[in-house]
Design a binder for this molecule. Structure first.
Ligand code: HEC
Ligand code: HEC
Ligand code: HEC
Ligand code: HEC
Length: 200
């Protein structure tokens, strides 16, 4: 045929090429001479760093060591003054909240199972954010708009629930400034050689 300058290959040629490819692949994969440098397995980051549970575990209601406040306080006569000291019974409570030094700024003197609003109305535990809002208007506003505090779930509420974490899921109400937290180790992208991992 005119223009056919192709070399005529024997019929077994494609089979030979395939066999050569497969044996080369096996050679590199199995590495029988042990010549290839092994990439060291990077050390695992501790599972705790992936943990997304809130800093403070939330309770089902206002209680101390499993006992609702009212169980003791409903039968006690509340003091007239607004205490700054908690007496001996609640000595584990350390109030470190700036100028906010009085228990009854937040807790309800008469109905101890509740918090207290400015007008004296009881605030239930399930609405603790309205307690914080009494004094932290701008943070409350930002939180409601999603600019403060963690948001998770779905942005589009038609697809699923939008989850909001309440103030005391992060802040200890008695000591609201965060105590120093451990930072996660720096990302290890591209630093997989033994030397790079050893420096950490
Ligand atoms: C097991 C019983 C008990 C429980 C439960 C309890 N308290 Fe008390 N509490 C006491 C006693 C007793 C005192 C008086 C304390 C003293 O001076 O040591 C007290 C005192 C206080 C005071 C100081 C003012 C006062 O009334 O004398 C505050 C504030 C207070 N409690 C808040 C709470 C809150 C809030 C809860 C729930 C989270 C709670 N308590 C749960 C027993 C209890
Ligand atoms: C800024 C508001 C605020 C002030 C001020 C405050 N508390 Fe509380 N307190 C709270 C909130 C909110 C909770 C619920 C915390 C939770 O469940 O995580 C709480 C929980 C408690 C508890 C139960 C938790 C526990 O660890 O046993 C006790 C007891 C208590 N408060 C006592 C007091 C006493 C006594 C004072 C005064 C010295 C005081 N609180 C001052 C807001 C406040
Ligand atoms: C009665 C008023 C009052 C209430 C209620 C209150 N706070 Fe505060 N909060 C204060 C004051 C006053 C400060 C100190 C501000 C300062 O010293 O600059 C403060 C400080 C703070 C700080 C630290 C800010 C800083 O920069 O030091 C945080 C966080 C905080 N509050 C969170 C909360 C949360 C969460 C709640 C609800 C559980 C709450 N507060 C309820 C009055 C209040
Ligand atoms: C997801 C956790 C989270 C939630 C929920 C959250 N905060 Fe905070 N908040 C923080 C962190 C982190 C900071 C900055 C660290 C610090 O100052 O200790 C902060 C800072 C603050 C400060 C001090 C800001 C400053 O300028 O120093 C206030 C006040 C405060 N938050 C109030 C609130 C109130 C009120 C709510 C609820 C309506 C709330 N936060 C909910 C994590 C949270």
């Amino acid at each position: 045929m005119a223009g056919s300058s192709d070399v005529d290959l024997p019929a077994w040629a494609p089979l030979a090429a395939l066999a050569a490819f497969v044996s080369a692949a096996l050679f590199f994969w199995l590495d029988p001479l042990g010549s290839g440098e092994k990439t060291p397995e990077p050390p695992r980051i501790e599972a705790a760093y992936y943990d997304a549970t809130p800093v403070r575990p939330l309770k089902s209601g206002l209680m101390t060591e499993g006992t609702p406040c009212g169980q003791c306080h409903d039968s006690m006569t509340p003091p007239d003054e607004d205490p700054r000291k908690q007496g001996t019974f609640h000595k584990q409570i350390v109030l470190h909240h700036g100028m906010n030094v009085r228990c009854f700024n937040c807790h309800n003197r008469e109905k101890r199972d509740f918090f207290i609003a400015y007008g004296g109305e009881p605030i239930p535990y399930s609405q603790v954010e309205t307690l914080c809002a009494k004094c932290h208007g701008p943070h409350y506003r930002d939180w409601k708009n999603g600019a403060h505090g963690r948001r998770s779930g779905y942005w589009n509420t038609a697809m699923g629930e939008r989850k909001t974490l309440v103030c005391i899921g992060c802040h200890d109400p008695h000591w609201p400034v965060f105590k120093p937290l451990h930072a996660t180790p720096a990302p290890r992208a591209l630093r997989t050689t033994a030397a790079a991992t050893d420096e950490r």
